[in-house]
Design a protein around this ligand. Structure first.
Ligand code: HT7
Ligand code: ZN
Length: 872
């Protein structure tokens, strides 16, 4: 397959103004009637052929302005239907047959739990009917859905329902009209047996919008949180961005078979059930947060994505980076901003920094792709959101809002580019964001080096910042980087003034680094400071700065910026663990750094930190993060070092942790409130440390919590501890959990995932066995991710076992899944991407698996693209 390049973008020769669809849904065959009202674009040549996209369609009939075309008048290719010179304006009618029941790719029209549903982003609509399946073709849709009434009582599509009726023979229909022009990727249809939780939202202008959450009937008692989240998101978008919802109805449908998290189809979102369904006994606190943020994300797309959409798929970050940024602001407002920021940065460093330094590295606006689905990446989404966040930091909250308002005013109803967005922000504020634009085209994680010098006599501090190209990448042009800085003295935060600045001294300043090297002079600095750099993680860069362990300990104890306080602790923890790993490799005796233990003890005792922040501060950097800081990832030594550190910390802090565990027992039934979430977070972290000691009375705490918990957060946390501990307690708890939840797919996914990510040494063998468990189903994306995905990406030590069995196992599953669902197979095979970072034996093992996959005849283009890039 040939790559598609951004530079080759051309406007289409034809466009579609109106789409009339009629679906005859059937058990064996579904017939799709399409009438496309089309016109040639003004600048297109008269004789231009009309090339429509189509995949896996059986063409029955094609007619131009009501005249059936004979085979000589069109050309049918494997992925296209070409009409030679159709004219300046015309109606093209087609009838195709498709088989949704055989569609395991879950792209286009497919079946899940006996219901019909669709997924069209990025290029799924062409699997439903012949079309100009590209986002810059926006049309008004009218859709008639016909189906058996008994099996499919509920018939949904985008927009407003304008008619329903009986068709005889047990069949019925519904007609839906969407008044807003949209690209085909936002089309949706759902038909099935579903129940609905409804609610309403009164908009700022006084319109009442009906809200409907549709789920399989058994799940109707798990929708309340989703509905509340939706209402909160609608209110927030009005308050913070002045954006009101535009249709009379907003529907969300939860399905069990879904390739990603959710989809923002106009007025009819289709969701992975995981991001809708929650009840205290089935969903954890993190699941509740995940639902709130994904519901909000898809809702926010109504303006950033749907009303203003992307010109082409290279611009994906225009809607995704921006919408992730908006959902992060929302989550921060709903809960704790510091906890939210730490979670985001942790994920960015673990996943995006790794992607940036591997074979799939690409700018947030990629230059080329073979399979677009492979570019729904953490770079486009999370780094894209960081780039938006930097512009907000530079413009300020009010300036950013002005820019957003101008963006909507200029581009409502259009398909636009990242440059259009940046221009709106710049024009609204009268600033120049030209240099900033490099963030859209540069690849890799930039490095910022910092050096500080204090002049006691002049009471000044000079900070020199230097930007270097990402590791392993060629020199790049300097970026425009906001670096938020504060100073900390022996007694706490130190006020200062920047050179040339008048007025009062302040705590945090945003420095704008635009040159390769720049010095900033701080004045009125009363004592030798420790610089607190990149506060709030003001830019997605790797920071290199020479600081002693004592400096880090000072920041960890007293930095007023909660993010930087946590970050200093992580850096200190990382140093300690990397030194321990060195000791493991050199065969030296291991001992945990006493100052680090003392710093952790101080965190446990700190009355000013909430439970969630304490838990984050006391969680050691994960093995993947640690590996990123080694030349060659020392898989076994890192694991041994981290396990040793956990046990040593637990032994040193046994009494305070035990006291904390005992004093923070629940005082009543489960409540999803911030203070309660904080309490559970810290208590469950204390439990994990205590169980790591392996003492029977401490293991018994987990056994008892597992049995007594009235909620999934505490139950899952206890089970995770017991799985890591092993022994009969593990077997009993796993059996009990399975007995209780085997009929509940989302909870059973947790049962698989917890076992796959365990640090217990027998995890590989158990994971292999779980793949043969009767409840394992590779074709269900959630189940495949819960076992294979979790094992391949979240268990560095076991996946990379030196004997190569972990590698062979994941490769087997990729090969087995690829012929059915290449999108998910491509995600799983990405576990091999970092293969060059390991020792020779492991490299050889992974390379052999990649080559085995590459040699597979008929490999999908999705998996082929990932494997070829990895081997290149
Ligand atoms: N815009 C959506 C991205 C998406 C997707 C969702 C489900 C299945 C396949 C998909 N391909 C692309 C989700 C979002 O980011 O909001
Ligand atoms: Zn999105």
């Amino acid at each position: 397959p040939q790559p598609i390049f951004r530079k080759d973008y051309r406007r289409p020769d034809y466009t579609i103004d109106r789409v009339d669809l009629r679906f005859e849904l059937g058990e064996d065959v579904t017939r799709v009637h399409a009438a496309l009202t089309m016109r040639r674009m003004d600048d297109a040549p008269e004789g231009a052929p009309l090339v429509l996209d189509g995949e896996n369609l059986s063409l029955v009939r094609v007619a131009l302005d009501d005249r059936a075309l004979s085979p000589g008048e069109y050309v049918l290719g494997p992925t296209s239907l070409t009409i030679l010179a159709p004219g300046a304006s015309f109606t093209l009618a087609t009838l195709v047959e498709i088989k949704p029941q055989d569609n395991l790719e879950l792209s286009g029209l497919y079946r899940s739990s006996g219901n019909f549903c669709t997924q069209c982003e990025a290029e799924g609509f062409r699997r439903i009917t012949y079309f100009l399946d590209r986002p810059d073709v926006m049309a008004r849709y009218s859709v008639v859905v016909e189906a058996d009434r008994a099996r499919y009582p509920v018939l949904l599509a985008n927009g407003n329902r304008t008619a329903t009726g009986d068709l005889g023979d047990g069949r019925h229909f519904a007609r839906w009209d969407d008044p807003f022009p949209k690209p085909s990727y936002l089309f949706a249809l759902v038909a099935g047996t579903l129940s609905c939780l409804d609610g309403e939202f009164v908009t700022g202008s006084g319109r009442t919008v009906r809200l409907e959450i549709w789920v399989e009937p058994d799940n109707i008692d798990r929708c309340a949180h989703a509905l509340r989240s939706l209402q909160a998101a609608m209110r927030w978008d009005e308050d913070k961005f002045g954006r009101e919802y535009d249709l009379d109805i907003y529907m969300i449908v939860a399905v069990s078979d879904f390739n990603m998290g959710a989809m923002e189809n106009k007025g009819l979102n289709v969701f992975n059930a995981k991001y809708v369904l929650a009840r205290p006994d089935t969903a954890t606190d993190d699941d509740y947060d995940g639902i709130e943020s994904v519901i909000a994300h898809e809702y926010f797309h109504n303006w950033t994505g749907n009303r203003v959409t992307c010109r082409d798929w290279f611009q994906l970050t225009l809607k995704e980076g921006l919408t992730v940024f908006r959902d992060r602001l929302f989550s921060a407002d709903m809960g704790s901003p510091a906890v939210a920021r730490i979670g985001d940065v942790l994920a960015l460093r673990t996943n995006q920094f790794a992607e940036d330094s591997g074979p799939m590295a690409h700018p947030i606006r990629p230059e080329s792709y073979i399979e677009m689905n492979n570019f729904y990446t953490t770079t486009v989404y999370e780094k894209g959101a960081e780039v938006i966040g930097m512009m907000r930091t530079l413009l300020g909250e009010a300036g950013f809002r002005r820019g957003m308002d101008l963006y909507f005013e200029r581009h409502d109803g259009q398909a636009v580019t990242c440059d259009d967005f940046r221009a709106a922000l710049a024009d609204a504020n009268g600033v120049d964001l030209e240099q900033f634009g490099r963030w859209y085209s540069q690849v890799g994680t930039p490095v910022v080096r910092a050096r500080g010098e204090y002049d006691g006599a002049a009471r000044s501090y000079t900070l020199t910042l230097e930007q270097a190209p990402p590791r392993g990448k060629q020199a790049a042009e300097p970026l425009h980087i906001p670096v938020a800085v504060g100073l900390l003295g022996p007694e706490g935060p130190l006020p200062f003034k920047l050179s040339g600045e008048t007025g009062a001294s302040a705590d945090t300043r945003v420095l704008e680094l635009r040159e390769r090297s720049q010095s900033f002079r701080f004045e009125d600095v009363a004592a030798a400071p420790v610089a607190s750099l990149l506060r709030g993680f003001s830019a997605p860069v790797e920071l290199e700065v020479e600081r002693s362990d004592a400096d880090l300990a000072r920041l960890m104890a007293a930095d007023p910026d909660a993010f930087s306080r946590w970050d200093a602790g992580q850096e200190l923890g990382r140093r300690v663990l990397l030194r321990l790993a060195g000791d493991v490799e050199a065969g030296r005796p291991l001992a945990l750094d006493r100052e680090f233990v003392a710093a952790c003890a101080q965190i446990v005792a700190d009355p000013g930190l909430d439970g969630s922040l304490k838990a984050l501060a006391l969680t050691l950097p994960n093995e993947r993060l640690l590996g990123q800081h080694q030349q060659v990832v020392a898989v076994d030594a890192l694991h041994e070092a981290r396990e040793f550190a956990i046990e040593s910390l637990a032994a040193a802090l046994r009494e305070p942790l035990l006291a904390l565990y005992q004093s923070s027992a629940p005082q009543g039934p489960y409540r999803i409130e911030r203070a309660e979430v904080d309490r559970r977070k810290l208590r469950n972290l204390a439990l994990a440390y205590l169980v790591a000691l392996g003492e029977p009375e401490l293991v018994a705490l987990a056994v008892s919590q597992f049995h007594l918990a009235d909620n999934m957060t505490d139950s899952e946390a206890a089970l995770a501890c017991l799985i890591d501990h092993g022994g009969p307690e593990r077997d009993a708890a796993l059996a009990e959990f399975h007995r209780r939840w085997h009929k509940d797919p989302l909870v059973l996914d947790k049962w698989f995932a917890l076992q796959a990510v365990s640090s217990h040494p027998d995890t590989l063998e158990r994971t292999l066995a779980l793949a043969d468990h009767p409840d394992f189903n590779l074709l269900n994306p959630n189940r495949a991710r819960s076992l294979i995905g979790a094992f391949g990406t979240r268990n560095q030590h076991q996946f990379h076992r030196k004997d190569g069995r972990g590698h062979a196992f994941v490769a087997d599953k990729v090969l087995a899944l690829d012929p059915h669902n290449s999108q998910v197979a491509a995600r799983l095979v990405a576990a091999f991407n970092p293969w060059r970072r390991f020792d020779a034996t492991r490299q050889q093992s992974m390379r052999a698996q990649l080559e085995r996959i590459a040699d597979q005849p008929g490999l999908s283009k999705a998996v082929r693209e990932i494997v070829d890039r990895a081997l290149a």
